[in-house]
Design a protein around this ligand. Structure first.
Ligand code: SAH
Length: 218
């Protein structure tokens, strides 16, 4: 990758390899997701002061009171969203620093990602350009409304917690499409919603901890 921090990228390839080994041990089995995790330079999505911790299994601050999700949860949500399928269009709500979007962009043809904090959108757009992530369409807005122009989506990933599945997002799922989100306030679980015609099948999985999904923009 042709940017001033490319040297860090070179040394991090080995560190990333170790992260992938750990993800496999933690139960991630989708080869395409593991390859994506091995490819995306996670250290370039966070502040340089924290870059040495980029491949630890931990969430890190990205400013504005927000966090980059830990590598396991990014891989897990991507695996659940994909469910072994080829993905055409994917919607992400809660872009943050854009790391999850970059991972999704490796396993889908096109990603639309929505972030409510304008300053984060600006930073992340610049980073996506530098990393030549051209199949991500970044939008500033309230992700609870989704992005109807790009619907239907084969998968929707929500990177912030909410007490219910946002109705507008359910409506933007394609037939057989899957929505993955943290459900709840203090006690959150990972929820997968699968669309079967006009029916929505729900499956609750492990406990998780995400920042809240907030209404409106800032
Ligand atoms: N996807 C990120 C995680 C970001 S944390 C990663 O790769 O690590 C969650 C993000 O969701 C925050 O940036 C927060 O500002 C954003 N968010 C919260 N509510 C939102 C909403 N209604 N619409 C869009 N983004 C929202």
């Amino acid at each position: 990758m042709n940017n001033p921090r490319a040297g860090i990228g070179m040394t991090s390839a080995r560190t990333r390899g170790r992260m992938v080994v750990r993800l496999r041990e933690q139960g991630i089995s989708d080869a395409m997701v593991l390859a994506a995790m091995g490819m995306v330079p996670r250290h370039l999505f966070i502040d340089e002061a924290l870059a040495s911790r980029a491949y630890e299994d931990t969430a890190l601050p990205i400013g504005f009171g927000q966090t980059i999700s830990n590598p396991y949860i990014v891989a897990r949500m991507t695996e659940l969203a994909r469910n072994g399928r080829e993905l055409h269009r994917v919607l992400e709500v809660g872009t943050g620093c854009g790391y999850q979007a970059a991972v999704l962009a490796q396993v889908a043809r096109e990603v639309v990602s929505i972030e409510r904090i304008a300053a984060l959108v600006g930073q992340t757009r610049k980073r996506q350009r530098e990393l030549r992530l051209h199949n991500i369409k970044l939008k500033h807005g309230d992700g609870m409304q989704g992005y109807a122009e790009g619907a239907p989506y084969d998968a929707i990933v929500i990177a912030a917690a909410f007490g219910a599945v946002p109705e507008m997002l359910k409506a933007q799922l394609a037939e057989g499409g899957r929505l993955v989100m943290p459900l709840g306030d203090d006690n959150q679980v990972l929820l997968v919603v699968t669309r079967k015609g006009n029916a929505f099948q729900e499956e609750k999985l492990e406990a998780v901890k995400f920042v809240p999904l907030l209404p409106g923009v800032s």
